[in-house]
Write a protein that binds this ligand. Sequence first.
Ligand code: GMT
Length: 373
Amino acid sequence: MKIGITCYPTVGGSGVVATELGKALAQKGHQVHFITSSIPYRLEEGESNIYFHEVAVSSYAVFQYPPYDLALASKMADVIKQEKLDILHVHYAVPHAVSAFLAKEMVERKVKIVTTLHGTDITVLGYDPSLSEMIRFGIERSDAVTAVSDDLAAQTKNLLRTNSRIDTIYNFIDNKIYYPREAAGLKRELGIEENTKVIVHVSNFRKVKRVEDVVLTFHKVLQEIDAKLLLIGDGPELPVIRELVDQLGLNGKVHITGSQKRVAELLSISDVKLLLSSKESFGLVILEAMACGVPVIGADVGGIPEVIQHGKSGYITPVKNPEAAAQRVLELLQNPEKQKAMAAEAMRRAAEDFRKEDIVKQYEAIYERVVEE
Ligand code: GMT
């Protein structure tokens, strides 16, 4: 098939999933056309069956805001016509689903629109009165809609009062990137003693990630055992977190690494990961950790309980409750046998229950369904 893919190309879970999907589809012989504002950061040069079409946004002086959504629609229409696309698969509803609808109206070709909901496009923007009706419109005009967890599908139906069919297709990861790495030297490089336990958190440091709860949990853990905390990633909350680390006197115990290319290596030296978000439709970073053999303690929100099997591949803990999270961390770190068993089960689950090949087939089945309709 000829498939157009639109996503946000910079760092972010939805862009990663969209790019990995495009690469996997191209490897299976589909022709894949990325229609994005810049080259998706996970896309390497020279991959066969992959084409990139840049959306150039006009900066004409009259515009108070650059019209990205219109420029995107226009580019989509152009690519649909020129490349004879069968499918236009947009990731993240806003504004991509609506731009796709507009593009479809602009051309004669019967291209099918598939929209994948990733999370905050519903759980945050769906509450914005200036956007919610537009999101519902985009969903209802799509030929197929997928969500990255059952919870996100259910929330979408309730919040937007739509009867549109929404199929769940979980996130997946590239297992050539995420596997337990030999990284003994990295612990030394970071000045972490060989036997010191390492707790890790990876995110884009937005408010919904509640990174302050990660730091407060760590602070409580330190009252019982020695450990280090790795904070990986960057985002608007980072200055607030730095201040909290400082106030709690944790400077020598917390490594703030910023955005990192060596995530798999950093995960490989970690004993447990914390994801204590207030909203999380799936938590791609959970899967990345599990694939590297790191059990995750995740908040009881959104799709997280669909990823972590409580008590088997990690723990589910109440949101906004660092005390409860710290108890779970201690349960693991003070019990190496349990930590090992959970790490093994986490790896098994990531490899078998979220297999890239299976997930890609689920997307292909959706494409076939809409093309035949
Ligand atoms: O987590 C973020 O803030 C980034 C966001 C995105 O759209 O890039 O991630 C969302 O999509 C990921 C891929 O489907 C999911 O794994 C994340 O759970 C989801 N984030 C939230 O729901 C907060």
